[in-house]
Design a protein around this ligand. Sequence first.
Ligand code: CA2
Length: 145
Amino acid sequence: MRKPIYVLNGPNLNLLGVREPDIYGKDTLADIQGLCERRAALAGCTVVFRQTNHEGELITWVQEARTEACAVVINPAAYGHTSIGLLDALKALDIPVVECHLSNPAARESFRHHTYVSHVAAGLVSGFGAKSYELAVEAAAVLSA
Ligand code: CA2
């Protein structure tokens, strides 16, 4: 049986739908999980969907994905801009990684223009709100087929 796509979410994304809807949209993370599950099912896949506010936990999940996932979709949130530890964990994967952002960080403050995750990602989907996740899951399903 095909392994799941891990959809991993970094810090503060649990606040989606509660604050800053002008930047991040009105969908909650639970809404986005539903969208990912539906999109994965259309591609004959499943997802494991998780969020954490802890860098080490995110790294542990990436390590787990080495053996348990067929691909990783990751919205690293702020850790994308700061975490070399996360980059090192992603580098150890030999499955596709798709970076995903709700907003378009390249069009925002300069400190958001660089992400370490981009160094290892097969591709990046950003700027389409919750739709970014659906497109990223679709890409991960194709890349891991
Ligand atoms: O656009 C994205 O998906 C980001 O990864 C979101 C991160 C930000 O640091 C990245 O530059 C771009 C921030 C996530 C915080 O999410 C919140 C949601 C609602 C209220 C407050 C924060």
